[in-house]
Design a binder for this molecule. Structure first.
Ligand code: HEM
Length: 200
C-alpha cells in the first residue's frame, strides 16, 4: 500500500485493470477468483512487492552439516548457513535498477495484449532458473504459497477498487525504511488518507 500511495500511476493502472476485468454491473459484488487470475498487472505489482520488500528476509535456518558442497561455481563450506531472500531479489545482474519499484519488469506485450511474463521469475523454483525466493525454495518452500498469493491478490484488488489511497494530510513523504521484528515491517507506520470510491 505504501508503494501504491508513493506511485499514483501504479494505483491508477491497477484500478483501470480491475475495472476492465470486473464488469460495472458487478461493482458492488465480491471480486471472483477467476477475475483475479485475469489481472496481470495486479500479479506484477505483488511480485515486485515480494522482490523489493519481502516480508520475510531470512529462511528457516538451513545448513550443510554433512560436509563441503560445490554447486556450479559456488563452494559452500561445511556448516554454512545460506540466508539471502532479499539479496537474491536485489541482485543487479538479474534485476536492473533493483532499488526501483517497477512492476513493468514482470510484464510482456503479445501484440496489443499485456501479459504477465512467467519467464521473468518462477517463485517456486520448480520450473525455471531461481531469481526470486520470497517463499523460500526446495523441500522447505512455504506450503501456503498458493493461499498467500490468492489472498494478497484479493485484498489488494479490493483495497484499490473500494478506496482511493493518498498520503495523510501534512505528511507527504512515504518512508519505506524497514524494521526487523520476526518478519519485516515498516519502521514508521504508513499514514494514509483513504476515500471511498464512487462506483456509480
Ligand atoms: C506473503 C506471505 C508469506 C511469505 C512471504 C512466506 C514466506 C515463507 C518463507 C520464506 C518460509 C521459509 C522457507 C524456507 O526456509 O525455505 C516459509 C515457511 C513456512 N510458511 Fe510461509 N510465507 C507466507 C505465508 C504463509 C502463510 C499464510 C502460512 C500459513 C497459513 C505459512 C506457513 C508456513 C510454514 C508452515 C512454513 C514452514 C515450512 C517448512 O519448514 O517445511 N506461510 N514461509
Amino acid at each position: 500500500m505504501a508503494n501504491i500511495i508513493k506511485h499514483p500511476h501504479i494505483q491508477k493502472r491497477l484500478l483501470d485493470e480491475i475495472n476492465s476485468v470486473v464488469p460495472k454491473e458487478m461493482a458492488t459484488e465480491d471480486i471472483e477468483e477467476d477475475s483475479l487470475l485475469n489481472m496481470p498487472y495486479l500479479k506484477a505489482v505483488i511480485y515486485e512487492t515480494l522482490r523489493r520488500h519481502p516480508p520475510v528476509e531470512t529462511l528457516l535456518p538451513h545448513s550443510n552439516p554433512q560436509g563441503d558442497e560445490t554447486i556450479g561455481p559456488y563452494h559452500i563450506p561445511k556448516g554454512s548457513m545460506i540466508n539471502a531472500i532479499l539479496d537474491v531479489g536485489m541482485d543487479e545482474n538479474v534485476w536492473p535498477d533493483p532499488n526501483e519499484f517497477n512492476p513493468e519488469r514482470f510484464l510482456m506485450k503479445k501484440g496489443q495484449v499485456v501479459e504477465f511474463d512467467e519467464n521473468v521469475a518462477d517463485i517456486t523454483g520448480n520450473k525455471r532458473e531461481v531469481k526470486l525466493i520470497p517463499f523460500g525454495l526446495g523441500r522447505r518452500l512455504c506450503p501456503a504459497i498458493a493461499m498467500a498469493m490468492l489472498h494478497i491478490r484479493y485484498y489488494l484488488a479490493c483495497l484499490v477498487r473500494e478506496f482511493e489511497w493518498k498520503t495523510a494530510e501534512g505528511n507527504d513523504e512515504v518512508d519505506l525504511t524497514r524494521k526487523y521484528i520476526f518478519s519485516i515491517v515498516m519502521k514508521n507506520q504508513l499514514n494514509a488518507r483513504v476515500r471511498l470510491r464512487n462506483h456509480t
